[in-house]
Structures are given as structure tokens and as C-alpha cells.
Ligand binder design. Sequence first.
Ligand SMILES: Cc1cc2nc3c(=O)[nH]c(=O)nc-3n(C[C@H](O)[C@H](O)[C@H](O)COP(=O)(O)OP(=O)(O)OC[C@H]3O[C@@H](n4cnc5c(N)ncnc54)[C@H](O)[C@@H]3O)c2cc1C
Length: 408
Amino acid sequence: MIAGGGQAGFQTAASLRQGGFAGRVVLVGDEPVLPYQRPPLSKVYLSRPGTDGIRLRGAEFFEESEIELLRGECVAGIDRADRSVTTESGTTVGYDHLVLALGSRNRALPVPGADLDGVAGLRTVADADALRAALPSARDVVVIGGGFIGLEFAVAAVDAGAKVTVVEALPRLMSRVVSEPTSEFFAGFHRARGVDLLFGTSVSRIVGEGGAATGVELADGTRIDADLVVAGIGVRPNTELAERAGLSVDDGIVVDETLRTSDPAISAVGDCARFPSPHAGCPVRLESVQNAVDQARHVASRLLTGEDVPYEAVPWFWTDQGAAKLQIAGLVGGHDRRVVRGDRDEGRFTIFCYRGDRLLGAESVGRAVDHMAVRRILTAGAALTPEQASDVDFDLKAYSKSLTSRPR
Ligand SMILES: Cc1cc2nc3c(=O)[nH]c(=O)nc-3n(C[C@H](O)[C@H](O)[C@H](O)COP(=O)(O)OP(=O)(O)OC[C@H]3O[C@@H](n4cnc5c(N)ncnc54)[C@H](O)[C@@H]3O)c2cc1C
């Protein structure tokens, strides 16, 4: 039984069947549509009609794979003693093992005027449909939050012909997850496309007329015109169901290294799970497709084989902001040394981040080969000296391919 029909829930079900699981698989999701991928929603989806391209699989896949998909059904409660879940509509489904793949939801904008028409977030296909419909007539767009989704949306808004302002409370873009040089590169990129970037300031309220947004007011009283305001100020994990069931929760459903919750008959995967990461050296919660897919595969494999193997996949992530494509391998937070390979002015470079002499990860712009090499190096647990990393004559690709993965 899988609760949550997004990337991780879908992958758990699909991997169970691909691995030959013969028992009943029930996938319960509260969205009314077939499971889909979210990354296109802030990218190509905003400028292209149709939804087919984002579906993870068509309806026939679920029928043929005998995955019972309950759409538009919200799991309301877990009876751990009875090993069953109940949905809001009153359906009860029993389980031998329950996988929570509940994802996360956007943080609400905590300012007056957040409920005006023309103020939106971007998480679901319904959100993306509304924004896609609004973009052609939007003149002044304010994006609150200079993170991945806000910046991807800023690209779409510029392409649609709007004047775009990004308001970021911190001093640089994507500061939670990327290094300063990468933030600087992206700031230059967006400014060159005409985006106004405001740092170190926050929106104190949204002003409107006749129920619709007409602008935002900043903390210092400055007003900026806006007929469309998009908030991308982070997410909160969906943990309430787990909390009500008495599972351990701490900004995410707490799981062990095998991705089991505090109840061994329940696992949690994807955006909603806080897990001990050997790459971070502490428990983390990650919001990425890689994390959702690899954790789902890991749990499916454990259920199929019965083997308790720790989850150790190397985290990686990408964001496409128009022509600027960033790929991140590993977790670079807490690094104390950086070396660069390639040319930042040309927009083709990789920043390797180290703590001491240990490579934590790398941020690559326009250098997919470096990104793949770093993923292989981190998976193998191999060394790469800063001198090798920055030396373009050192064949990173060949070196990484010569490595074999070693168990930690
Ligand atoms: C606009 C956007 C762009 C993104 N771009 C990228 C990108 O470029 N690269 C990248 O790596 N990642 C990207 N991500 C992040 C990535 O999509 C997520 O990390 C991933 O979808 C997480 O998968 P998940 O299954 O954990 O959660 P989700 O995909 O959110 O799925 C969880 C599902 O569970 C449902 N649910 C919640 N509670 C219940 C309940 N009680 N009962 C039933 N169903 C429930 C939710 O409604 C949702 O459908 C993006 C995300 C967004 C929103």
C-alpha cells in the first residue's frame, strides 16, 4: 500500500512490479490526475499546450501492471494496530507494508493580500495551468523568492514578454543550496535578460484593487507594480498523517538508513522523508527527482529481497533556467574550499566544492560531462584532488569511468 501518487509513490509501485512482486499494490493519491512529473511545470510546460508530456505513464500502464490507482483520494488515517489506512471518502485498505510518499506543499505567503487574485504558487499541474493561462496577459510580474522554481518561472515570464522583478530576502540567489560563484553567475544571467533582482528585502504586503493584485509593497515601503505575483518561498513536508499515527516526525517523517519509519511496517520516501545521509553526515530531507526515484527503488528492493541495505545514493539535482542549465552532484553545503574548471565568462564551468581534502560535490553549468564524472567519483567513494579537478588536461571522464563503486 502506497500513500501519495507523485514521483516517489509512482516509482515505488512501478519498481515493485518490475522486480516481480506478485502481491496487491494499491497507490492512493489525492490529485485527480494520473501521476506526473513536476519539473516541467516551471519550465517547458508554461509555454506549451497539453499535459501528455508530463505524465509518468498512461492509464493502461496501471491496468496492465495491476497497480490499483485510487485518484482524488486523500489518505486520512493510519491504523497501525490493524495495519490499514482509511481515505477521506471512507475506503479502508489493509497493508503488510505501507510506504508514505506524501511529498511536500508550498509554504504559504505570510503577508496581507496573499489571497488576492493574481497571487499564485507553483506546485501542481493545476497551479501550472492557471499560470500558463495568466502569462500571456501579464505585464508586470513579481516573483517572491530567488530559488529554483521562482527563477525558472522568471524565465518563462520574461519569454512571455512581462517585466519581471525577483524579490529575495537573502543576499544572493539560491543561497540555500549553491555556492556564491554559482549564485553570481545566475544573477548575471537573469539581469542580462532584463530581470530586476532585489536582494535583502522582503514583501510586506500585496496591494490590490477590486480583489485583484496590482502590486507589492516591500519592507521599506517601496511599491512595485504587479498584475501577477508568484511566490516560491520553499515547501513544508506533508507530515500530518504520520504525526497523527504517532510516527516520529522532525521537519519530515524520520526514517532510518533503510528508510523505515519508527514503525518497521511503514517506510517513507521522497520529499516527505528525513533520512540519515552519508553524504551530508547528518539527517537531511531532499527535494529532488533523484531522491524520490532512488529512495522509492531502494524501498521496493528491500521489500522484494528482504535485505536491509543502507540507502546511500549520491544526491544530484538540475535546474534549467532558460539557456543556463545547472547540474549539482553531491551536497556542497559546508564546503571550505572551491576550485573551478572551465570558463565562467563563457557560461561553461564546474565548481568543485571541498571540505578539507574531501570532495563534497560539484556545480556544473553547461558541462554535463563533469557532472556525470563527479557522480561516478562520489559513488565510488574515490578521491579527486583540487589540482586534478581544476586541470582541464586531466581526463576527468576517463578517470571516473575507470572507477568501480565500492561499498561504504
Ligand atoms: C514546479 C517544480 C519544479 C521542479 N523542478 C525540479 C527539477 O528541475 N529537478 C529536480 O530534481 N526536482 C524538481 N522538483 C522537485 C521534484 O519534483 C520533487 O522533489 C518530487 O516531485 C518529489 O516527489 P514526491 O513523490 O516525494 O512528492 P510529490 O511529487 O509532491 O508527490 C506527493 C503526492 O502525494 C500527494 N499526497 C499528499 N498527501 C496525501 C494524502 N494524505 N493522501 C493521498 N495523497 C497525498 C500529493 O498531493 C502529491 O500528489 C520540482 C518541483 C516543482 C514543484
